[in-house]
Design a protein around this ligand. Structure first.
Ligand code: 2YC
Length: 278
């Protein structure tokens, strides 16, 4: 999983409204609607659930430490989709205590390995990797109108890619999957509806709906794209080459944190309401 840099997220807060409009143009709905689709909720159901939240975002100094702007950006994304969210003044355990004293219902925390939103009442949790796979998967499915019976190409079989595979399968799509790590790829070999590709080119040749969830650059280039391509690309750094982005950028769904955090919220609230995420 890639660790964000302050540069990755420095413009997110100021661009939230513009990004929401871009997502609406690409998928037919905004950040809240995509997050709802990711969790199997209607937008109005999610809006009603979000209105009942009170989320403490607690900065953690463990390991490689604080990422400047990370907690504030998470808080801005949660607030943008209607949550009552705040960043604790204290970090680490003191921050958790501060959140408890402030009567929070949920806590958001991220160390170097795990990023999680937790519901104190139900003890449900939502993981950033799993939610990001569902959120970017939902965005691709919405942008493609209907993926039932269609082939979706997934590059990257890590936590995000695998979560997206299961989301696409739940929507009746077929998946062609590639990961350069044969161990990661082999984990998915017996999943019904999943075909393993021998390399990236073979995978990309299988269809024009792309899901890019690798940590490599230039996994998708100009030669792989056309005006019919739709790509959903959570991978950091962006896997789509600069020249392909220049020509086909409107057809690429991407952001460093917004869809993942909004989908963590929707997946947590769905689970806390007893809805099993199919
Ligand atoms: O500022 C803080 O509280 C830091 N402990 C946050 C570290 C986050 C590390 N994880 C990441 O950068 C990415 C995020 C997209 C979420 C998952 N991995």
């Amino acid at each position: 999983m890639s660790r964000l840099t302050p540069q990755d997220i420095e413009h997110v807060k100021a661009m939230l409204k513009k990004h929401d409009e871009e997502l609406r143009a690409q998928t037919g709905t905004g950040l809240l609607g995509i997050a709802a689709e990711a969790a199997g909720l209607s937008e109005s159901q999610l809006a009603a659930m979000v209105a009942e939240t009170r989320i403490g975002v607690v900065p953690l100094t463990t390991g490689l430490g604080i990422i400047s702007g990370f907690s504030d950006t998470v808080q801005a994304i949660l607030s943008f989709v209607g949550a009552d969210a705040f960043v604790t003044a204290a970090t680490d355990v003191a921050g958790i205590n501060e959140a408890m004293a402030a009567g929070v219902k949920q806590i958001f925390m991220a160390d170097d390995l795990t990023c999680s939103l937790m519901d104190l009442q139900t003890r449900c949790t939502a993981d950033n990797g799993i939610a990001t796979g569902r959120g970017f998967g939902a965005a691709l499915a919405l942008a493609a109108k209907d993926i039932k019976g269609k082939k979706v190409v997934v590059l990257g079989a890590g936590p995000v890619g695998r979560s997206a595979v299961y989301f696409f399968l739940s929507k009746g799509a077929e998946v062609v999957l590639y990961d350069k790590n044969p161990v990661c790829l082999a984990r998915m070999k017996d999943v019904p509806g999943v075909t393993l590709a021998a390399d990236g080119s073979e995978a990309l040749a299988a269809g024009n709906l792309y899901f890019e969830a690798t940590t490599a650059r230039d996994t998708i280039t100009m030669a792989d794209m056309s005006e019919d391509t739709i790509a959903s690309a959570p991978g950091i750094p962006l896997g789509i080459s600069d020249d392909a982005m220049k020509k086909y950028g409107q057809q690429v769904i991407q952001d460093p944190l917004e869809l993942g955090v909004a989908s963590m919220l929707s997946c947590l609230l769905a689970k806390a309401a007893g809805k099993a995420l199919k």
